[in-house]
Design a binder for this molecule. Sequence first.
Ligand code: 13P
Ligand code: SF4
Length: 387
Amino acid sequence: MTTPTLPTVTPTPSPQSAHELAPYKTRSNEELIARITAVREELGDSLLILGHHYQQDEVVEHTDLRGDSYQLSEMAAQSETCRTIVFCGVHFMAETADILANRPDKLAARGGQRVRVILPDMAAGCSMADMAAISQVEAAWEDMSDVIDTERVIPVTYINSAASLKAFCGKHGGIVCTSSNARAVLQWAFERGDRVFFFPDQHLGRNTALTMGIGEDQMPVWDPYELELGGNEEQAIRDSRVILWKGHCSVHQMFRPEHVAQFRQQHPGIKILVHPECPREVNDLADVSGSTGLIIKTVKNSPPGTKWAIGTELHLVNRLKAEHPEQEIHFLSPVVCMCATMYRIDLPHLCWSLENLREGTPVNTIEVPEEVRKWSLVALERMLAVK
Ligand code: 13P
Ligand code: SF4
């Protein structure tokens, strides 16, 4: 199988920025890089540029720190000197950074001064996060309370969700998880309740619960578009241990078991390394499954000559390939699986947002409303305390 190359399409700018961005779009990369570097030098430690591992290389080069979702949350929580975080990632990550960087204790230590969080393109969302709206989650909670005691249900939201869902979890004794701590978080939840309501990614929820000995027959899937109990029989909800929201990542959904079979057949000895957002049929066949941070660490710690087929976003796999020529790295799909929304963050958007910040006309500030912030923080702090 050959690794697909990246498409050359340029994402369409979001309407709010289209006309301000036009002059940036016509500049050469060299010029944009020089201008970005100049702003970074000028703003020094007061500016922190965070980037997720899925960002394209030309953006990653301008980040101060890079990480998986958990590491990025910790970085935002720990930020001391910075006054602005420019988040090269997607919307839920910027919201999380805003909540954590502006916690009451941090605000007090800064004499009330907020850290501004900027998302260079407001259209950089997450299709999985968009699969669960707060109104749908609240309606589901209400519906299931006709059948089970929701006082004994612990809601767990994957960090890939809107802040309003995190707030829902905070209010109802629940918690946030990431792909790197999902198992520990589920354990935390089972110490406090009889069952878990897990949203929005059914695959992360299922793959994690399976490692804890919970059978798929105890994991009904709640479809928010079904009128009765998310499409389930009452008994299935009563017998459940984990109620899974019917959401998924469109990028990781593309990896199939037949891709694994093909690689194993054509490359004897190859190891399969995937992200747990992949469907169960793929995750079960993998040698290693874990967060983007764990994927990077696993490759880094492997001896020369190791052969890998990796099932996660294409930019990260291509970067690993370039950084580890001593290993043989393949992309676990014959088709392009890239996060189109992350890809919206490009040099023109980064330069535009940085120059506006320097001129005192900041754009695309992410500010979570007070009530949502307060309860999201409860759920996020529970997560950060889980070891
Ligand atoms: P990580 O937490 O593993 O970086 O995953 C984030 C994500 O969005 C994967 O699709
Ligand atoms: Fe969301 Fe999937 Fe993109 Fe991750 S890869 S940000 S889950 S759409």
